[in-house]
Design a protein. Structure first.
Length: 269
């Protein structure tokens, strides 16, 4: 059973969707942290499938639309990285009021950077990371290139990304692919790193590839080794499946959903 509601925040309200767990005692309390910009919309179907599957397996799952995203109040151009971390704290507090089960933060793409940053402040017992982004700077660069690609048709692409960075550094909001990107959000993303939290926790990293024999990307494999060296129990899993967060049509990957349920364990009782 799922329940939609608005969670009051310091600036407006945040839309949330709570998936009640099967059974009497949830195995974990899971908070989903969605990806950046249009990747959020492309991923809605997969997020819903995973949330429902986890709830059926006995996990309490909360989805939140961060400030300026989805059905939450505010415009994307008003959002900031710190504000999104505040939204995560609000959502965790709401979950804590309803369950004492171990907290897991489940992030996708850019949401993995937020999940890693929010792990220690929110007392997370585990992280479920879908297609983790190793560095926010690279993620921002790829986003800004969408603007450069659009300018390519007008022969104005040369130096487009650097110009956008200069505008952001000067305190200007820039428009990229229909999204108004503020300096506060850009700087937070630019500085974000998928670094191991100060307190060790369990982490499950899942990556998709279209290769017949999928393998973790070198960048993610390197990050996992760094987390393990810092004392974290980290497991990387590579699966075959489409890049649903960026495909032209809405795609799904049942193997990823099945893996999420299997790795978090639990079970209705």
């Amino acid at each position: 059973m799922s329940e939609g509601f608005f969670l009051p925040a310091s600036a407006g309200r945040r839309y949330c969707l709570f998936h009640r767990p099967a059974g009497d005692r949830p195995a974990t309390a899971v908070l989903y942290i969605h990806p950046f910009a249009e990747e959020m919309n492309k991923s809605r179907r997969m997020a819903a499938l995973q949330a429902r599957a986890l709830a059926a397996a006995g996990h309490a799952v909360l989805q939140i639309d961060l400030h300026g995203c989805g059905d939450s109040d505010g415009d994307f151009g008003e959002a900031s990285w710190d504000g999104w971390l505040d939204d995560i704290r609000l959502a965790v507090a709401w979950l804590r009021q309803r369950s004492e089960a171990p907290l897991w933060l489940w992030g996708l793409r850019g949401g993995t950077l937020l999940a890693a940053a929010a792990a220690v402040p929110n007392g997370a017992a585990g992280l479920l990371l879908w297609q983790p982004v190793p560095a926010g700077r690279q993620h921002l660069q790829q986003f800004l290139r969408l603007k450069a690609a659009g300018e390519l048709l007008g022969n104005e692409s040369k130096g487009a990304v650097e110009r956008l960075r200069q505008q952001l550094a000067a305190g200007e909001t820039v428009e990229v692919a229909g999204y108004a990107l503020s300096p506060a959000l850009a700087s937070g993303l630019d500085a974000a790193e998928l670094a191991p939290p100060d307190r060790p926790c369990r982490s499950e990293w899942l990556e998709l590839s279209m290769r017949p024999e999928p393998a973790l990307s070198p960048a993610v494999a390197t990050r996992i080794a760094g987390w393990q060296a810092a004392g974290h129990a980290v497991r990387g899993t590579a699966l075959s499946g489409p890049a649903f967060w960026q495909t032209a049509e809405i795609e799904t990957c049942p193997a990823l959903v099945d893996a999420g349920v299997r790795l978090l364990g639990g079970g209705a009782s």
